[in-house]
Design a protein around this ligand. Structure first.
Ligand code: AHM
Ligand code: MG
Length: 344
């Protein structure tokens, strides 16, 4: 039987949401549509990545005597080039760039700020494991778009995001996005023959409690007592609470998150003492944690840094790192209780 909703393109879906919002001007729709085009280009290149041995490895000269770019650098460039001219953005923030990315003076500016990780999980590119693009969108605090580019206008807590989502380049390419405010989380699958994302996962809800825990357990010598106790809890046998949980860890945040969103469970990247320069863990608040935190919240889940909601953290710098516990509400609340010392 044909799935209900099959045949609705992501563009139709965004337009429908726009019609339901009387204040919408269409600017946001333009922005998302252009981002979707960028993701289609990235998806095409990711699908070719397995052919690098034939076409020429990255960083080398290919048969056309062109330099073959690294995919993460390529993805970053594609997003910047496609998004900078649309007239809706005030600036961008990329995981690949240390500073704010301004809009070149020949293009009009808008009110939105796009934050993105162009190709998350890039260590998995060469081994055919899913990778993805993560994005979050803010509106500029001060609506005067001619004013100077100020870091303070960008450093907003995740709760202020007006939309967020990700593209996952896996066995198929899927886009998941939300505009918050109880509009739901929706997933679209790219049909390569049509070149269109079609609605495939309408109104995703994450189970309240899962059976999966996802963490890089090789890092356990660097964890504190509370983190060790938490992970031990998930591995301990207890029939009433459905333990032990199953361990699943791909090493691509988008892939681990997407699986747990659909099946239920918790993804954790705690603070550790592996690298004194990164005492708060590995993942970035603004381009990784915040967008996924908005998605999971809208789907009925929760994201915490172990002490409180990720979405309420007031960022101090663009590339700030945070411990991340994200997924099914009950599992993340439990993790928070362990990490904040309320239970042991
Ligand atoms: P990246 O943005 O450089 O790809 O790093 C982020 C990735 C996440 O996708 C993933 O969850 C994590 O790093 C895995 O890290 P580790 O290899 O330490 O387990
Ligand atoms: Mg990343």
């Amino acid at each position: 039987m044909e799935k209900q909703g099959a045949g609705i393109t992501v563009t139709q879906h965004i337009l429908k949401q726009q019609r339901e919002n009387p204040e919408a001007t269409g600017a946001f729709t333009t922005l998302l549509n252009e981002l979707i085009v960028a993701a289609k280009v990235i998806s095409r290149e990711v699908n070719k990545a397995g052919l690098v041995d034939i076409l020429g490895a990255t960083g080398k000269i290919n048969v056309q005597e062109e330099q073959v770019q690294k995919l993460d650098v390529f993805a970053n460039q594609i997003i910047i080039e496609r998004m900078q001219h649309i007239g809706q953005l005030w600036c961008m923030v990329s995981e690949e760039d240390p500073d704010l990315i301004g809009i070149p003076s020949q293009y009009p500016k808008g009110d939105y700020i796009l934050l993105f990780d162009p190709l998350d999980g890039s260590s998995n590119i060469d081994v055919n494991v899913s990778i993805g693009t993560i994005f979050g969108i803010f509106k500029k605090k001060d609506s005067d778009s001619s004013s100077d580019l100020l870091l303070g206008d960008v450093l907003q807590p995740g709760i202020s995001q007006v939309a967020a989502g990700y593209f996952i380049y896996g066995s198929s390419t899927i886009m998941v996005y939300t505009t918050g405010n109880n509009t739901g989380v929706h997933g679209f699958t790219l049909f390569p023959s049509l070149g269109e994302f079609l609605l495939s996962h309408e109104n995703i809800r994450i189970p309240e409690q899962g059976k999966i825990y996802s963490i890089n357990e090789g890092n356990c010598p660097y964890w504190d007592e509370r983190t060790l106790a938490l992970v031990d809890y998930f591995k301990t046998r207890n029939k009433e609470t459905g333990r032990p949980y199953t361990s699943r860890y791909v090493g691509s945040l988008v892939a681990d998150f997407h699986r747990n969103l659909l099946k239920g469970g918790i993804f954790m990247y705690p603070a550790d003492n592996k690298d004194p320069k990164k005492p708060t863990g590995k993942l970035r608040l603004m381009v990784e944690a915040n967008p996924l935190a908005m998605v999971v919240k809208e789907a009925g889940g929760y994201a915490s840094d172990g002490h409180g909601p990720i979405l309420e953290i007031a960022p101090l710098e663009l590339h700030q790192r945070v411990p991340l516990y994200i997924g099914s509400k009950k599992d993340v609340e439990l993790a928070e209780a362990f990490i904040s010392g309320k239970r042991s």
